[in-house]
Design a protein around this ligand. Sequence first.
Ligand SMILES: NC(=O)c1ccc[n+]([C@@H]2O[C@H](COP(=O)([O-])OP(=O)(O)OC[C@H]3O[C@@H](n4cnc5c(N)ncnc54)[C@H](O)[C@@H]3O)[C@@H](O)[C@H]2O)c1
Length: 246
Amino acid sequence: MTDSSPSFTDRRVIVTGASGGVGGTLVRLFRDAGAQVIGTDVVPGEGVVACDLRDENAITDFAGQAVADLGGLDILCNVAGVQHFARLGDITAAELRLHTDVNLVAPMLLTQAVAPALVASAAAGRGGNVVTIASISATFAQPYNSVYCASKAGVLLGMRSLAIELAQQRVRVNCVSPGGIETPMPHNAARALPADIDWSLLMKSTSAFPGFMPPADVCDAVLFLASDAAKSITGTNLVVDRGVVF
Ligand SMILES: NC(=O)c1ccc[n+]([C@@H]2O[C@H](COP(=O)([O-])OP(=O)(O)OC[C@H]3O[C@@H](n4cnc5c(N)ncnc54)[C@H](O)[C@@H]3O)[C@@H](O)[C@H]2O)c1
């Protein structure tokens, strides 16, 4: 956090994917900025509330309990995600459903579950809003990544649609679309690729600033959109990708 970072004193925040690279960093930065935060993940972590986002009943239960524990909610950050590369011939219905459930269905259902609390927050002038991590894969076609790309494209447009629905209640809904971040996710995804794929297809993109970003660079964009500094921004997609060119 820098001196110019927004303050979140007394703001009540939920972060999914809290055991992961981006989610864990985001929980820490929100707390450093004065927020009360409940982090959740399917993987256990210190202070992380267990919830499997593939389970719609678990989402409802988690949302109800978290809002009760926080005494309301001002900010929902949908960060949890999965990414498994696959060639067309290797795609399974189970993998399609997994990506859709975690990357698209869960953020939509969680937003639905906490919407009344966010409406109350906005009405009280506490800035109720949602920030969802999509990806540059939501708008760029990528070989062997069709399952992930489709799920991220879905959540991006889903969230932009919800921004219009919730605008009357002054609840803002935005996305951040990162390029490569230095977390286990892209490395694990790449390791699972078969050796005989056409690597030249994967190498077609480059970025103006080389290398993966630290998670904090993406979190800074989330913090900005979640803060009052972004009070006139809704329905947007803030791309944080070091200038990717395809
Ligand atoms: N790392 C990248 O290069 C990159 C690039 C663009 C977008 N993203 C997106 O950023 C977000 C954060 O990813 P990350 O890089 O921190 O990866 P990560 O793997 O470190 O974190 C993702 C977290 O989501 C959790 N998760 C997965 N399935 C879940 C489920 N069923 N229920 C609850 N939690 C579940 C995982 O346990 C993990 O802690 C994701 O939405 C990802 O798609 C990542």
